[in-house]
Design a protein. Structure first.
Length: 98
């Protein structure tokens, strides 16, 4: 009686190399995806911080604009002129139109 020899499937060097490269590529793809996601999240956080600073500066600018308008109002100028003993002369005002 003859014994049947089992064929053992052996991988060639080329196949081993291809499988190893495929595994390395797959692992590096996952690592790269995680790295890119972390970088994107960090950038989004930085963008939100900058937007918050911009909004704060806008409100400061609006407040300062209101203060400038209040200080340059006719009533304020008139009271300062009276304190200094000056008079408001409407004839000295020249209006220039472009």
């Amino acid at each position: 009686m003859k014994k049947k020899k089992k064929k053992v499937a052996k991988f060639t060097k080329g196949e081993k190399l291809l499988y190893a490269l495929a595994i390395i590529c797959l692992c590096s793809t996952f690592v790269l995806k995680i790295f890119v996601s972390a970088s994107t999240s960090d950038l989004k956080i930085q963008i939100e911080k900058v937007n918050a600073k911009i909004e704060k500066q806008k409100s400061t600018n609006e407040s300062l604009t209101m203060q400038v308008n209040e200080l340059t109002s006719y009533e304020n100028m008139d009271s300062i002129l009276k304190e200094m003993g000056l008079a408001y002369n409407n004839e000295n005002i020249i209006i220039i139109n472009k």
